[in-house]
Design a protein. Structure first.
Length: 125
């Protein structure tokens, strides 16, 4: 059964709010100097964040190409899974920023999250 439009709106809003709240927490933590400089594993962690964003981006694009062929009862599920892939990439990138101190580590994940929100808007019906 397809989720009602209001339920989808609440799920999407919760995901966006969670990522934004975590991003603010990362910014505040970084400004207070609580994050140490890059460690010997920082490059590996940044690379892992980029790979995670790439995989999530590929998953989102693959789901987008299949959206028109999905049964109406599965449409809501497809949207939620796509948003979750984007959210995963964003949170992973923000964790990489916290652990490495490299602000640019969050960019690919946040981009994939934004892409998932644009490619899978709330249904108009």
């Amino acid at each position: 059964m397809a989720a009602p439009k209001r339920a989808l709106f609440l799920i999407r809003t919760a995901m966006i709010t969670g990522v934004l709240a975590f991003a603010v927490a990362v910014i505040v933590t970084r400004r207070q100097g609580a994050v140490t400089a890059a460690t010997d594993r920082a490059a590996s962690l940044r690379m892992m964040a980029q790979v995670a964003a790439l995989i999530a981006g590929i998953a989102v694009m693959a789901m987008r190409t299949r959206l028109s062929a999905v049964a109406p009862s599965r449409d809501s599920t497809m949207r939620i899974v796509a948003w979750a892939c984007g959210e995963f990439a964003a949170i992973f990138g923000l964790v990489a920023v916290l652990l490495t101190g490299a602000d640019a580590a969050a960019a690919p994940g946040l981009t994939v999250f934004a892409l998932s929100l644009v490619l899978f808007p709330l249904p108009r019906d």
